[in-house]
Design a protein around this ligand. Sequence first.
Ligand SMILES: [Zn+2]
Length: 469
Amino acid sequence: MLLLILIYTLLPSTLLPSPEHLLEQSLSQYSKNISFNYRIIENKLGHYSKAWQTKEFIHSTKVNFSENKVLVFDEVKDGKVYKSQEYFDDDLYYKIPHGKEKHVSVSEKDRIEFIKHSSIYSPVLVLKYLLKNKKQIKKRADDSYHVFYLNHNNGRISVKIDKRTNLVKYIYCTSYDSFYGNVRAKTIYHDYNIASDFCFPRKITQEKLGIKTFESLVSLGEGSAKIKLPFNYKMGGETEKIKEEIKYKKYSKNIHFLILVNSDSRVLIAEFDKHLLLIGAPHNSEIGEQIIQKCNDLFPKKPIKYFSFGHHHPHYLGGVRSLIYNGTEIITLGQNKKYIEQIASFSHSLNPDRLHKSPKEIKFIVFKDSLRISDDEFTCGIYKIGDLSNHTSDYLIYYFPNEKMLFQEDGLWIRKGIGDLGINPRTRGIYDGIKKWYLDVGEITQAWPLSSHFKTELKMDELEALNKK
Ligand SMILES: [Zn+2]
């Protein structure tokens, strides 16, 4: 045996099995014409009360695999049942999302993302994709696994094939997210059924961002369902990234708004004697950079000394990496400090922002319940209302005593022109927060959304009247 290993390791590499051969050998163990049923537990990140909080969804899924196409029928319960359909082949991808009647426009990039996502059903599409791009495959030495990977413009796909069984044990797919940076999904194939003439894993799990995002239990199904594509169906082109359009609006001598047209929201600039406080920076570093640039243009002599966000959702915090790079002090509650450190530490190598290229220490100002920032004439008070907001555990409101104005992010849900629908729990949260801190408010303003049928400015009298109903 030792002699055999020695001969094997001394063989010229041209005589060793090629990646193509090994991938084909692995693929041949999975049936190409088969249907499976899945019971999938999904833990989904969302805009919930705390950072990293997830919500559990149970999916009932059928997937039909055939030589050249894959059909996915998914049902997920969230109050009522929402259905979706997906069709995939070598050239096309077609999708009717959950709860929709008609298909949506998808691009080639979406087709590739489907291949990555399909790893929660089976390793077959990823194996086929690697084989199709065999010239670009690279391999990495490993004692227990054949490790092959492929870089593509939106990330990396790699596969670890068990050397003993030639079956896939792990698939890693990296994609770019403008908030989280490089996100690597690790899919693990457990408990292979290898008694019959083909193999399949009875359980598949996936982890992403430290969360067990999917756990899928697999059983054999029947393949009778069909998806009929519309006549002359074509996929759409890649959507171009739209640059944020920023407009300026003065509120008072010391308070200024930047209106972010595409994000449908506004951020507040509090102008002090020698510096600025910025409240909110939506979505990502690119928008963060644009906001910083706009502040520098409008107030060339006043640096953005402080940045604060009213709660941890990406719509208000997403640009924080740019502000850290800018040397701005990040004002936050203790409960969010670790989260900001994580956001700052994530790799953005697939689309490097300035913080990725040149990491900076974070300057924090951590507070517990309230904080005042003032100069001789102008004051901003920051107050935690937390769970009282009926939205997030870290919710802040900003009060400007000179103007008697209260700024907050997404707590006002009063329909324009209709005051008699009563008060929404989140609106009541803002009301209770104002009373808790004994704030003498004249007007409340909202960061998001701006263009909907909800009011974005509300007089305190109106809120008092609604609260009495
Ligand atoms: Zn929110």
